[in-house]
Each structure stands twice: as C-alpha cells, then as structure tokens.
Design a protein around this ligand. Structure first.
Ligand code: AMP
Ligand code: MG
Length: 398
C-alpha cells in the first residue's frame, strides 16, 4: 500500500471538519472571526454635519470684512446636542468638536483664532466656507457595502461596525474542539510522578494551538490505554463538540487504544509520507469528525500545524489558512528520509541574511527543541540530503 501524501491527508481532514454555521454574534465575540456576509451601512458616517474643532460656528461671509471682528455668541452647542437654533446672520454659536453644525453656519473657526469669549467673541482670522466642518457621509454613505464577506474582523473593522450602530455581525462561529490525550503513563502536571510515568504535555500544547487558531478548546485530560475508558470519556461531549482531536495510541505497537477503539468506527488509519507525524487517522465517531494524531509531542504538534490548523481556519471561513513561508539558507547540513516530507524544527533569523538553523535532531520526542524554534524547515519528499548553505522553505510558527 503506498503511503498517503501530506496533501491527500490535509484534504481529507479539511473535508471532515467542513464549515461552521453562520451566526449573528455580538461584536465583542467577533474578534478574529470572518465576516460571512457583506455589511451594508445602515447610516452615513458622519451621520450629520459636525464640527472638527472646538470653536465657533460662523457664516464665512460675516468674517469677510476687516479683521479682527467682534460678534455676539448666540448659543452654545456641546457634543450630543439634539435641538439646534439656526445661526442668525451677524452672530456666532460656540461649538465643540463633534457637535452638530447649526443650520445657516458654513464654517467653524477654531477657538485658538479667537479670544474665546462666551457673550461676545473677537475673531482674528477669516475662513473659507466649509472650513472645519465634517460633512455627513464624508466617511461612509448609507447603503455602501463597507465591509465585504470574507473580511477578518480586527479592531478597526469592529470599531467601524460599532460606529454604524451594529450590535452583531454574521460570522462563522468558532469550532469547539475536544482534545483527548491517551496513555496509561501520563500524569497531570502538578501531581507526583512515579517511575515509568511522564507528565502529560500534548493536551496543553494542542488546546493552546486550537485557541491560537481561533477555536474553542475543551481539554479532556487523558484516558488510560483502555478501550472502554476511551468510549466512556468521549460520551458526554458528543453532542457539544465539532471536532475530536486525540493524541497517542495510533502507532504499530500493542495497547494502541485509539486504533483499537475506533477500528470498528468510520475512521481510516493511514501512514502519511511525512516525518514526524506519519501515523494518522481521520474519520467520524458517532457522527463527530475525529482526527487522531500520534503521541510523540513533536509529532502531535507538527500534525496539528500541517493538518488541523488549516482545517480549523477554513472551517471559520478564512481564505488564508497557511502559515507564512519564506526561503532561507540552512546553516548546517541535514539528512531526511527518502519518500517523506520532513518537517525539522528551526530558528529563522531574518536579520542575518535569511538563514535558518536547525534546532535539535529529527527525534519526535525533542520537545525542548520545538520550544526553542520559531519555524518548521520543510525538506521535500525527494530530498535526502541538504548541504549547509542550501535553500529551503521555512514555515513561520509565530
Ligand atoms: P503513542 O503514540 O501513544 O505510542 O506515544 C508515543 C510517545 O509519545 C510515547 O513515548 C508516549 O509516552 C508519548 N506521549 C503520548 N501521549 C503523550 C502526551 N499526551 N503527553 C506527553 N507524551 C505523550
Ligand atoms: Mg500511548
């Protein structure tokens, strides 16, 4: 049986995860989500002509004669004023930034060009019509498609939606991802460790990765290598999660709990032509998409990067699901198995001429090397040796 290619498994994972439904979510839950429909402006921005300065609303014609000129201050308009008196010729109205310009005024003279008077004001400059007036619709016209479907909602977009008076936006919701680590050797951090046991680390790493990608992670701390315990652990979550991600229990040994538990379900186990992360499984468990990652921490995390992260981003409607990549020269020689894409951990330094230094060896237990790296170095399937100075593609992890 020829191994599954990285691209084939990616495709399968993305199809399984699918698209999240569109909901109208409150703006404060929308950061980082993708707009699912165009936003048509329900109002213009600014909604009314308003002052760009603290000063005096005037008729430019009243300042066209000899300067300085002293005029009566007929009214005072703070921001938020809803009733206005028309500006009578030969008078001014004191006005604050953001306050509506009264009918009859055609300019605002800033307070710094006056004596700041409140009964009468002496004005030391003339103005052109329109000066310091922010005209209704200057920024947005009612009916404009101001944000288009597919836009990632960042602070500025959420600010604009608020300015338009929108309380909710249509977005694809965050996928809820259950993270289940398996292994009878695993102990929760903070608890005492017996000989032969190790602290569980994949759960934290994968749950954080889900959150970093914009999903909601439910971290179900681990089950022993026992098929019944595996089914029991999943049962309470089946109605509420969109994806199940397991780690461990899928390789070729005995006590492979995930393989044993899911063999009779609609889950296909396969060897993907990559290193680390060869043993993979994907399918559905009681109708819920399930992705089974290998247990070695680096394998689990690389599998997440290569398969799960793009699928989660796509499920939320992101068009850009890839990490940014760059070409770099590798500082030391590398070997890589024939017929497998290798993902080595690397430290990319753009400042010293785009070089990347491999961190640690290929071993998939080398978690500290992963923690010291900032990229993955991709060595293509057909390449078995790279000399120092060779060009590689790096995939930025941060
Ligand atoms: P497995 O795929 O279950 O055979 O596990 C492969 C290796 O990864 C073994 O050395 C496990 O102890 C280790 N491992 C599996 N799951 C975890 C986990 N959640 N945290 C830390 N190490 C793990
Ligand atoms: Mg195991």
């Amino acid at each position: 049986m020829s191994p599954t290619t990285v691209a084939e498994h990616r495709q399968r994972v993305a199809e399984l995860v699918g698209l999240m439904p569109v909901l109208q979510l409150p703006l404060d839950e929308c950061l980082g989500l993708v707009l699912a429909a165009d936003v048509i402006a329900p109002v213009s921005l600014p909604p009314f002509d308003n002052s760009a300065m603290d000063g005096y609303a005037v008729r430019a014609a009243d300042l066209a004669g000899p300067i300085p000129v002293t005029l009566p201050v007929a009214d005072d308009i703070p921001a938020g004023r809803t009733q206005l008196n028309a500006l009578e010729p030969g008078t001014v109205q004191r006005i604050m930034t953001g306050a509506p310009v009264p009918p009859g005024a055609d300019a605002v003279i800033q307070v710094e060009l006056t004596d700041g008077g409140t009964e009468t004001v002496t004005i030391n400059a003339s103005v052109a019509q329109g000066t310091n007036i922010r005209v209704a619709g200057d920024d947005v016209q009612k009916g404009d498609a101001v944000l288009v479907a597919g836009t990632v909602l960042r602070p500025a977009q959420l600010g604009l939606a608020s300015a338009l008076g929108l309380a909710r936006l249509p977005v694809r919701r965050r996928p809820r991802v259950l993270i289940l680590s398996t292994g009878s050797e695993l102990v929760e951090p903070g608890q005492p460790l017996q000989p032969g046991q190790i602290y569980e680390s994949n759960g934290m790493m994968l749950a954080s990765s889900v959150r970093e990608a914009g999903g909601v992670a439910v971290q179900l701390r681990f089950v022993p290598d026992d098929v019944e315990a595996f089914h029991r652990a999943l049962a309470p979550y089946l109605g509420s999660v969109d994806v199940i991600v397991t780690s461990g229990g899928v390789s070729a040994g005995a006590y492979e709990v995930v393989k044993d538990a899911l063999a009779s379900h609609d889950v296909r186990f396969t060897k993907v032509a990559m290193q680390p992360g060869g043993p993979q499984g994907a399918g559905t468990y009681e109708g819920v998409p399930v992705l089974t990652l290998p247990g070695n921490p680096v394998s689990a995390q690389v599998s997440f990067e290569v398969f799960v992260r793009p699928a989660l981003l796509a499920s939320m409607g992101h068009a850009q699901v890839e990490r940014p990549t760059a070409r770099a020269t590798v500082t030391t020689s590398l070997t890589s198995p024939a017929g497998k894409t290798q993902f080595r951990r690397g430290l990319y330094d753009p400042s010293s001429g785009q070089v990347v230094t491999p961190v640690g060896g290929p071993g998939s237990h080398l978690l500290s090397a992963l923690a010291l790296s900032n990229c993955l170095i991709e060595v293509p399937e057909d390449v078995t040796e790279l000399a120092a100075g060779a060009e590689v593609t790096v995939r930025h992890l941060q």
